[in-house]
Write a protein that binds this ligand. Structure first.
Ligand SMILES: Nc1ncnc2c1ncn2[C@@H]1O[C@H](COP(=O)(O)OP(=O)(O)OP(=O)(O)O)[C@@H](O)[C@H]1O
Length: 304
């Protein structure tokens, strides 16, 4: 599981005076779904294109499946949906895949296998132009799956899809990883990354700000406690956890949920009225906002 499928060192791409990707060191491990997460213009597509050898880095290196990014021997083992796939509108989905399979000298059987995996077998005979956006995206993934690649690179695979299309794309990605394939996908959707990725790399303005598991990124779970008087509650809570803040009149306590009953007992023993205790986990969105703006998650009040 710890074998590195992708490793970059100081990967940099400059367009004129603009640094699109700035000294990125990222690692993707075999068998994982890696989420490359960042706002529009952060440098995700540029990085993926360098990993696929579609553009050359200005400096730095990228090793993919043990070889140089973009080398023919490596590309044979990668499937990618990075630029919109160039399908022929009047050919059926199946015939479009047949063309690709023939070009790559793959046996015909891989076409139906790929259609099956993306749940398009029943509509494989329909013309590409008659496909919904979701079906077009799925066909793009099917094209990436031809030849059973070890690494699948998907640039914003759910972009433009409706909620049902997004859900089906997410479950497809999860299935691919279950089948042993490594998936590197980019996204600006935090919830999506939180739901399906094992590890994430957070990129903003060309810099990789952090690379870790989603759980590590979210940190210790928090309890959100509505209790009064707040100053008394704060004093009690600080005996349980170092990290306690007051937010919108409630305490946010960095404490495992199983310790909630003990905290409540102690609050009550100190004549504090406990109105509610909820899980107050930070979302990936909060963490992301903090990282990319360097600001606080929310307005914090100070209580003396
Ligand atoms: N060929 C190019 N010439 C000049 N600037 C470019 C070129 N390609 C990308 N850029 C710039 O590099 C930066 C990173 O772009 P990139 O497409 O990699 O971002 P992204 O994270 O994929 O964003 P999006 O989600 O919008 O696709 C942007 O500021 C973009 O305008």
């Amino acid at each position: 599981m710890n074998e590195l499928v992708v490793q970059t060192a100081g990967l940099t791409k400059r367009h004129g005076s603009r640094l699109a990707v700035d000294r990125v060191d990222l690692t993707v491990r075999r068998g994982e779904v890696y989420g490359f997460l960042g706002p529009n213009g952060a440098g995700k597509t540029t990085t993926l294109r360098m990993l696929l050898g579609l553009i050359r880095p200005t400096s730095g290196t990228a090793t993919v499946l043990g070889g140089a990014a973009g080398s023919p021997a490596v590309m044979e083992r990668i499937g990618a949906l990075v630029e919109g796939p160039g399908f022929m509108p009047y050919l059926s989905g199946r015939d479009n895949l047949r063309v690709l399979a023939r070009y790559r000298e793959l046996p015909e059987v891989v076409v139906d296998e790929a259609l099956e995996r993306v749940d398009l077998a029943a509509r494989g005979g329909d013309a590409f132009r008659a496909y919904s956006l979701g079906m077009k995206q799925r066909l793009g993934v099917a094209a990436a799956l031809l030849g059973d690649p070890e690494l699948i690179v998907l640039d914003e695979p759910t972009n433009g899809l409706d909620p049902a299309g997004m859900a089906s794309m997410r479950s497809l990605v999860v299935d691919l990883a279950r089948g042993g394939q490594t998936v590197l996908l980019s996204s600006h959707l935090l919830g999506e990354v939180q739901e399906i990725c094992h590890r994430v790399g957070v990129i903003s303005e060309g810099r990789l700000l952090r690379e870790s598991t989603v759980a590590e990124l979210l940190g210790t779970p928090r309890l959100r406690v509505h209790a009064e008087p707040v100053s008394e509650a704060l004093g009690v809570a600080r005996r349980f956890a170092e990290d306690v803040v007051v937010e919108h009149g409630e305490l946010l306590v960095a404490l495992a949920p199983e310790l909630a009953p003990a905290l409540v007992r102690e609050l009550v023993a100190h004549d504090v009225d406990v109105h509610s205790v909820r899980h107050g986990d930070r979302s990936l969105e909060d963490v992301f906002f903090e990282m990319t703006t360097g600001g606080a998650v929310a307005q914090k009040e100070t209580v003396s």
